[in-house]
Design a protein. Structure first.
Length: 102
């Protein structure tokens, strides 16, 4: 986890919005658990962002890009024999014949 203020105010302290705090019988803090992600900057009150989550999000995006590029394929038009790159369900740009990928 790497929290940063979404306003980039430079604040380095944050507050977990959803946390359970364990105390001993005299009420002194012992431990805590964050029950839901959600933090605010203590300096300016803006929501905080977890930069530790960003690489995972980027990786997911990259995987989606990969998946969508698989849909595109080079297909030889059976009518005019033009090599066309297309998505599923397109027509040949040269002669207008419907083409199927694969
Ligand atoms: Zn801030
Ligand atoms: Zn064609």
């Amino acid at each position: 986890m790497l929290l940063v203020c979404s306003r980039k105010c430079g604040g380095t302290l944050f507050r977990a919005l959803f946390a359970e705090v364990d105390v001993d019988r005299t009420g002194i803090y012992q431990d805590h658990r964050v029950t839901q992600p959600g933090y605010v900057c203590l300096n300016c009150g803006a929501p905080a962002l977890d930069l530790g989550e960003v690489p995972a999000a980027l990786e997911e995006e990259a995987r989606e890009d990969e998946a969508s590029s698989i849909v595109t394929a080079d297909v030889l038009c059976p009518v005019c024999e033009t090599m066309v790159q297309l998505d599923a369900g397109m027509e040949c740009p040269n002669c207008g014949s419907p083409l199927e990928v694969g």
